[in-house]
Structures are given as C-alpha cells and as structure tokens.
Design a protein around this ligand. Sequence first.
Ligand SMILES: Nc1ncnc2c1ncn2[C@@H]1O[C@H](COP(=O)(O)OP(=O)(O)OP(=O)(O)O)[C@@H](O)[C@H]1O
Ligand SMILES: [Mg+2]
Length: 259
Amino acid sequence: MAIIKKFRITTFKKEINKISLNKISLSYNKRQILDDVSLNVREGEICGLLGPNGVGKSTIFNIIVGLVKPDYGNVFINQRNVTDIPIYKRAVDFGLSIVPQTGGVFSNLTCLENLKAISEIVVKNNSERNFKIEKMISKFELDAVKNTKAKHLSGGQRKKVSIAMSLMSDPKIILMDEPFQGLDIMSTRDLQETIVNLQTEDNNRCCIISDHAARDLLAISDRAIILANKKIIAQGTPSDLINNINAKNLYFGDAFKIN
Ligand SMILES: Nc1ncnc2c1ncn2[C@@H]1O[C@H](COP(=O)(O)OP(=O)(O)OP(=O)(O)O)[C@@H](O)[C@H]1O
Ligand SMILES: [Mg+2]
C-alpha cells in the first residue's frame, strides 16, 4: 500500500464538493436498496466505495450518472442540482465518465474499433484522436489484440478496453465500477498507477471507485465509504476505516489488514 501512496501528491487537498448525494432513498419493486444515503466526494479526491454484494454500489453509480432516478433525495455535481438532468448532459457539462461493472464495450467491434468509435464522439481533432488511441493501446498493453473483437478478448483485456474508452474524453469525474475485476497482478498495479497519475495530472479531477479488491482499492484511496444494510456505516481514510468497529463487524471481518 505504502509504495503507491509514496508517489502521490497529497499536500494540496481541496474542500470543494464535486459530487454530493443528499438523502437518497431508492426501492426496486418495493424492496428498499438505499435508505437516506448522503455523501460528499471532493475535488481532487480518490474515493473508494466498498460494501458487500448487492448493497447498492452500482446503483449509486447509476444514480450519479443519471441512469436511475432516486425515489427521494437529490444529486449534486459541482454543487449544481442535477437530479432532473439527463445522462448525456451530465456527461458533457461536467465531464462525467463511467467504467461500468459489466459491458462497456461493443462486443462485435475490435479493440481498435471500440476506441475509434468513442473517440469520434469525444475527441474533435483528427490527429489528436489517433494520438490518444495509440496512447491508450500502449498504456493498457493492448497492441497484440487491437484487431481482436471485444467478444473474443479475455475478461481482463475487455476491462482494459472499457477503462481506456472511459478515459478518452479526459473526464473530470470518473466512476469506476470494479475496475480491478479480472486484472492480473501486474495489470492491477499498472491501473493503480494510472488512477493515481490521473489525479496528479489534474488536481481537480475526482474518482469514485468501487471494487471488492479492498486492499488494492484502499491503497490508492484518499478516503473510502462503506455501505451496509442500505446505509453508509463508516467513512474516512483507509487507516481510519480499518480501525472502525462498524466497518470491521459489517464488512472487513476480523482478519483484514492493509499492510
Ligand atoms: N433494475 C433493477 N431492478 C430490480 N432490482 C435491482 C435493479 N438493479 C439493481 N437491483 C437490486 O439492487 C440491489 C443492489 O444492486 P447493485 O448492483 O447496486 O449492488 P452492488 O453493491 O453493486 O453489488 P455487487 O458488489 O455484487 O456488484 C441488488 O439486490 C439488486 O438485485
Ligand atoms: Mg456492483
């Protein structure tokens, strides 16, 4: 954990809220998923979102991007109430980008075609577009499979394409739903560095990341939020959370350590 953190610029942290959820409640078919959930993620912050399967982490991402409307409560981006603003406008106006838990790529297009397709929408200049595509292919080591259809890529390779696509627009807010899923040890390490570098490149950028690889996620998180039983049960720095009794009882268990 310490090795990644060592390279972080952590001296300059702002207190400006980039994303806020205010008293969000949501039920699916009368089954309550989220109950009065409020949270803030600040500019320049990498925030981990943790919790057991089915607790509502992906649902929170869907609420932030605008795919799901909460039954109660409001969503703020850059302190503006966006609860009634549609998905595309949130993406364009606020530079919001998501790596979904599953999918995120066009199965019948090759890796290169996927990157081209997204770049044609989000990168105006032609030569910049090609430069960015090459950069992503190299960054995520996709050269050998760039002409392979996404449906024939391995799980980890497909995840890398999905992450590369999400970064093509130089987003200001990045939501990553299980980005480490399926990645090998070296690729996990590379992605951790990529995420930390994204923050270093742009101090205002914020990332919210959900993953069950809690150790890998906490290694790069400034702060994390733990959900359980429809509510936020703990939040704070990774070391605060490890010592938090609620977090221990409802999520980490007794044996979990981060070093
Ligand atoms: N469209 C939907 N209709 C009905 N129920 C849904 C819908 N979407 C999600 N749910 C339910 O909401 C709950 C939360 O789902 P969500 O995908 O947010 O969990 P999660 O915390 O991301 O879990 P995981 O760690 O397994 O990815 C689950 O019980 C799920 O079955
Ligand atoms: Mg999920």
